[in-house]
Every structure is written in structure tokens, then in C-alpha cells.
Ligand binder design. Structure first.
Ligand code: AMP
Length: 564
């Protein structure tokens, strides 16, 4: 019988009881360490409490919290008790929180670290029992039971509670870039297989003996962090997970963790780079990096400034990473690779292999990971069968059936091209394609990658459904944005850069993909405004809806570079 995730966890509790697994900042630079013995000990007590509440086996229990040690303890308590986790993004609105809690019929909610709880609280249905983590907002005090009180008075659940491979470990509501969230059901079998295979893959990258350190800051409610950071560390046992205190202290938090493994998403890789350029202009840095010996020292300093100088393996996923960006990090000496996966396969699908030139090319997302089968449909859609495959969309059997081919491959909705050795390039999203009046489908992602290669561009979106030609919306880099309004020189320089970029991009794309204009948008897109998903992918439909009233005017102006 294959081991499942709880078997690994209970083995670590027995064999690594004194080893520190989690480090949680608790304010003012102070941290609390939790050993495996403590983590599983608290989870056992909370599991016993959940059972004492009479929740039936398989009941859904929700977590609404930023990443913290108690997120992991709560998930273990849910699993040990016999239940299924529904983790909600901590940035979600009251409306979506209510939708997810009601759709999943959650029986209880853990409330954790949150920035906007008073605005979110109305999304919690009246009468739903809630339990506050130690780091929950002050408004929860007295309004609900506290984790610490329950753990202090409840004896631990004894023995080795086990779950079946087909039981549901979690339902992940995908934020999606369109429509209402779908509940992706992940069984213990699929999550455990994905986590084991990821742990094995990571071991190959970092070496079998080394202890490794990670900082957990991408939302745990999302499959990428859940599988690659939580899942893999629960299997491996020798990973030490650190959490971040606040957004403002992030770099300090990273420096405390000195991560050996670090995963992120393209938008953040870009932001870290722009932080570096804000301190030293790109041209100067390029020059210094080109000088023998000194270049190495400078590169090491730049990585140390980001807290990434101990990183042995770095990864990017969840959206396309511009090839220029990956090359820039590699020039600094960071072993950054791109991977590809999705909630529906527990984020276990493709990854690049840095030491194998055949499986590692910027612009490509890598080769299938062990046990993953892939093929392309006649239309070029990527079809995947992964050991981490989900069991279906919760309460949506028809959508589930339509998502699989007859031979059991998941229709990813992504368009791709494959080299004979399996190296995959994602060329777009089937449903992102749009037609301009030129009548041919435009895939926006590759054009956006060309625009994002410019150091002054933080994010962008290419659109233009039914218009004479496509347009690009660009958001200037963070350090420029506040100055552009008042500094006319900077403004003209930025406009000139965008005009040159416009020409450059149009020189590189097909006739039907030519941009009609570059529109500069002074305000950044954000999760709070609903224009970015919780993993910071752009929400195209939302941004398109926001600018819709102005688009015709842009085309009528005939300008090539203009302000939104
Ligand atoms: P999610 O379920 O939120 O993880 O979203 C999965 C989707 O993200 C995939 O179907 C792709 O459209 C996209 N995605 C993930 N990784 C990449 C990548 N490396 N390049 C391009 N798109 C990606």
C-alpha cells in the first residue's frame, strides 16, 4: 500500500518530534518555532475538538487566513479528524467568502491572519461556528472561540488516524480569471502522490542530505503553494518552513529564512527585479555584471539584497515568465526554472531541468514530470494525465465530464507546442484568444511577454476584441508611477520608451497581431480592486470591462502612445 500524506506526517511526529518544522513571526521581529511534535500535537487536540462537535466524516471545514503556522496545523487537524479542507483566499471579498462557504456547505470556519476581516466578516453565514487562530485580528477576541483555549483544554486524538485514498483532502475554489469559482476536488490519493513526487523532485535539485529552508508566502489557498511548499514539506520532513510577518517586512522575512528553495510567480519576479533597478540603473548593473570577478561579487550582493543568496533551486509558475527575466536572474547566478501546472493536477505537471539543455530553455515551461502523460489535441490544446489529477468539480458533474477526454486526459484549456523530447511551450489560453477585425485569432500572452521585457513596464494586457487591431495596456514600474504625474521630463522619456517599444514589438509579431497603440495606465492592477487573481494573474475580463467605455476613443485618437 502506498503511503498517504498523513502516514508521512505521523512518521515525522514519531521520528522527528524535536525537529523544528515551522517558524512563525509574531510581531516586532520575534518568532516562535514549532517542532514536528508540537505541530502534530496541537493538530491532534484540535482534531479531537472537531470530532467532539459532532461533525460527520467528510464534512467540509474552511480556513480563511494568510499563511501562518496555524494554517498548517488546522489543515492537519481537519485531516486527522476525518474532514475536508476548504481554504479561502485571505484577500477574498465578503461576497465570494459567502459563496464558497455556502457552496461547500462548510460546517466550521477557522479565522486567521487577515488584513480586512471587518469587511469580510459579513460574508460568514449567521450561526456558522468559528475558531480564531492566535494571530487572528483583534475583533475576533470574545466573538468566537480561540484556538489556544481549545487546545489547552482538549486531550489529543490518539493513535494513527488514517484516511482513504479516495476521500477528499481538499476542495480548492479556483479564483479563475472569469466567472464564479469552481470547486476542484483533490483526493488524499492525488494530493499525496503529487506531494511525494514533488518532494522527490526537490530532493534531486537540492541534494539528498541537505536540510532545506523555504519561506511560505504565496497564498496557501492556492494549489501551487499548497503542493510545492506545504505538501512537499509534509512528505519530506526535513524542510524548515518560515512565514512572513507583513508585506512591508517581506525582504527581512526572507533574509531571516535564508531560503534554499524559493518559488514565486512572474509578477513578483518582475517586482523584485524592479526593486533592484530602483537602487541601481539597469545599464550600470549590466556593465558591472560584465566585468570578470567583480561581476560575480556584484551578482552575489544583488541576490543577498533580495535574501536569495542561499537559494539552490528557484522556480516560477502560475503564469508565463518572460524569457528575458529568467535570463537576467540566471546571469545573477540564481538557478531559476519555469514550471507549469494547475489546480486540477495539484500543480504537478511540467518543470524545466536546469542541468539538461534539452529540458531547459527560457520561454518553455519544461518537460513532463515523472508519471505525467501529455499530448496535444488536434487544435493544439494541452491534454494532461497527472498522478495528481483531481477527482472533479464539486457539485458540477457535467462540467467535470466535459473537462476530460474519453481516455481520461484533462483538457487544460491551454494552447501549446511540444518538441519531440516533450519540452513544452505554452502559446496561450484557448479562451484568451480573441479576434480583431482582421479575423485571425490573436494569442495575447506571447505579445505581453515582449512588452514585459521592458524594465519600465510592470504589467500589461493585450486585447482588442472586434477592434481594427490589437491594443496594449501597460502599467509603468512601481518606482516610476508616483513621479510620472509631476515630472514632465520623466513623462516624455517614458512616452518615448513606449513608442520605441511599440515599434520593436510590431517588428517581432505577425501582421494580424500588430498593435494599434500602447495605452499607458497610471494605476496598478491589484487583488483588492479585483483586477488581479490571488496569484496575481491579470483578470482580463475585469480590466476589459473597466476600460470599455474609453476604448473607442483611443482608436479614434489615432495616437500610438496615449494615456488611459
Ligand atoms: P491555477 O489553477 O490557478 O494554477 O491556473 C492554472 C493555469 O495557469 C494554467 O492552466 C495555465 O493557463 C496557467 N499557467 C500556469 N503555469 C504557467 C506557465 N509557466 N506559463 C503559462 N501559463 C501558466
Amino acid at each position: 500500500m502506498d503511503k498517504l500524506i498523513l502516514d508521512h506526517v505521523l512518521d515525522h511526529e514519531a521520528q522527528l518530534a524535536e525537529r523544528v518544522y515551522l517558524t512563525q513571526p509574531v510581531g516586532g521581529g520575534q518568532v516562535v518555532d514549532y517542532t514536528w511534535g508540537q505541530v502534530v500535537g496541537e493538530a491532534r487536540r484540535m482534531a479531537a475538538h472537531l470530532q467532539s462537535q459532532g461533525l460527520p466524516r467528510g464534512a467540509r471545514v474552511a480556513i480563511l487566513s494568510k499563511n501562518c503556522a496555524h494554517f498548517i496545523m488546522a489543515e492537519l487537524a481537519i485531516w486527522l479528524g476525518g474532514y475536508t479542507t476548504v481554504a479561502i483566499f485571505p484577500t477574498e471579498t465578503a461576497q465570494t467568502i459567502r459563496y464558497v462557504l455556502e457552496h461547500s456547505e462548510s460546517s466550521l470556519l477557522f479565522v486567521g491572519k487577515l488584513d480586512t476581516w471587518p469587511a469580510q466578516q459579513p460574508g460568514v453565514p449567521a450561526g456558522l461556528p468559528c475558531i480564531a487562530f492566535p494571530l487572528a485580528p483583534p475583533e475576533t477576541k470574545g466573538a468566537m472561540e480561540s484556538w489556544d483555549d481549545i487546545v489547552a483544554r482538549t486531550p489529543p486524538l490518539p493513535g494513527r488516524p488514517a484516511r482513504g485514498a479516495d476521500e477528499l483532502a481538499m476542495i480548492i475554489y479556483t479564483s479563475g480569471s472569469t466567472g464564479t469559482p469552481k470547486g476542484v476536488m483533490n483526493s488524499f490519493g492525488a494530493f499525496s502522490r503529487a506531494a511525494e513526487l514533488i518532494a522527490e523532485d526537490v530532493r534531486q535539485r537540492v541534494g539528498s542530505q541537505a536540510e532545506h529552508r523555504m519561506i511560505s508566502y504565496l497564498p496557501l489557498a492556492h494549489s501551487f503553494e499548497r503542493s510545492w511548499v506545504e505538501g512537499a514539506s509534509l512528505v519530506d520532513g526535513r524542510g524548515h518552513l518560515f512565514f512572513a510577518e507583513t508585506l512591508a517586512s517581506f525582504i527581512e522575512d526572507v533574509k531571516r529564512a535564508r531560503p534554499t528553495l524559493f518559488i514565486s510567480v512572474p509578477r513578483l519576479w518582475l517586482k523584485f527585479q524592479q526593486g533592484v533597478f530602483a537602487k541601481m540603473p539597469k545599464a550600470k548593473l549590466d556593465r558591472l555584471l560584465g566585468i570578470p570577478i567583480l561581476g560575480r561579487i556584484v551578482a552575489k550582493k544583488v541576490l543577498a539584497g533580495l535574501g536569495l543568496d542561499q537559494v539552490v533551486s528557484a522556480g516560477s509558475g502560475s503564469a508565463p515568465l518572460p524569457p528575458e527575466l529568467i535570463r537576467w536572474y540566471r546571469r545573477l547566478g540564481l538557478r531559476l526554472v519555469e514550471g507549469y501546472g494547475m489546480t486540477e493536477d495539484n500543480s504537478y505537471s511540467h518543470s524545466s531541468r536546469i542541468d539538461d539543455p534539452q529540458a531547459n530553455e527560457p520561454g518553455y515551461v519544461g518537460v513532463p514530470m515523472k508519471g505525467v502523460e501529455v499530448k496535444l489535441s488536434p487544435e493544439g490544446e494541452v491534454l494532461v494525465k497527472s498522478p495528481g489529477q483531481f477527482s472533479g468539480y464539486y457539485k458540477q458533474p457535467e462540467l467535470t465530464a466535459a473537462s476530460f477526454t474519453e481516455d481520461g486526459f484533462f483538457r487544460t484549456g491551454d494552447l501549446g507546442e511540444r518538441r519531440p523530447n516533450g519540452l513544452l511551450r505554452i502559446t496561450g489560453r484557448a479562451k484568451e484568444l480573441f479576434k480583431t477585425a482582421k479575423g485571425k485569432y490573436v494569442a495575447p500572452a506571447p505579445i505581453e511577454n515582449l512588452l514585459l521585457a521592458h524594465p519600465m513596464v510592470e504589467s500589461c494586457m493585450v486585447s482588442g476584441v472586434g477592434q481594427p487591431a490589437a491594443y496594449a495596456l501597460v502599467v509603468p514600474a512601481e518606482d516610476l508611477r508616483p513621479r510620472l504625474a509631476g515630472d514632465t521630463d520623466l513623462r516624455s522619456r517614458f512616452e518615448a520608451e513606449m513608442a520605441a517599444l511599440f515599434e520593436r514589438v510590431n517588428g517581432q509579431v505577425a501582421d494580424y497581431e500588430q498593435l494599434a497603440m500602447v495605452v499607458i495606465q497610471g494605476e496598478a492592477w491589484s487583488i483588492e480592486a479585483g483586477t488581479l487573481t490571488p496569484t496575481m494573474k491579470i483578470k482580463r475580463s475585469r480590466i476589459e470591462a473597466n476600460v470599455a467605455p474609453r476604448v473607442d476613443g483611443w482608436y479614434a485618437s489615432g495616437q500610438r502612445v496615449l494615456w488611459a
